[in-house]
Design a protein around this ligand. Structure first.
Ligand code: DQA
Length: 147
């Protein structure tokens, strides 16, 4: 049983604009809404969430390094870096706990370049197309499996 009760929710580029960015694809919830909802689910189960967003690949890599010591599990929406970043995959491969990959939209229904995710090669579970509720599903799963 891991000692940390912290779930790190990591978000890649342009997700700071969630709620304003292409709402027809990504909806109108903001990252603050995601943090509040996931936080409530986690708290009820004795966990905490910490939400991070960066538009920089290295920022996400460094936050994964922080999670190595601080977090029991990672939920990550790498956004466009899903489809390009070996560096984020390598960083996730240094993390011992569960990793869940979350995409708000169904990447498999979209352009072909979105169909492949490097991160899926490490993820213990992948969710796509459930809107921002996907984050909550990942947090629930972590709370259930690490309880
Ligand atoms: C996304 C899908 C990616 O293809 C895209 O680049 C994003 C968001 C999603 O949550 O649906 O920025 O990860």
């Amino acid at each position: 049983m891991p000692t940390s009760k912290q779930i790190h929710i990591l978000n890649g580029p342009n997700l700071n604009l969630l709620g304003k960015r292409q709402p027809e694809i990504y909806g109108t919830d903001t990252l603050a809404d995601v943090e509040a909802r996931c936080g409530a689910i986690a708290q009820a189960a004795g966990f905490e969430v910490s939400l991070f967003q960066s538009n920089f690949e290295g920022g996400i890599v460094e936050q994964i390094h922080t999670a190595r010591e601080a977090a029991c599990a990672i939920v990550i929406n790498p956004a466009a870096y899903s489809h390009t970043s070996v560096a984020i995959l390598d960083a996730l491969n240094t993390f011992d706990g569960p990793v869940y990959e979350c995409h708000i939209s169904n990447i498999h229904k979209r352009e072909a370049f979105r169909h492949h995710s490097y991160v899926s090669g490490r993820a213990d579970g992948v969710i796509a197309g459930f809107g921002t509720a996907g984050y909550e599903m990942c947090v629930r799963r972590i709370c259930e499996t690490l309880a």
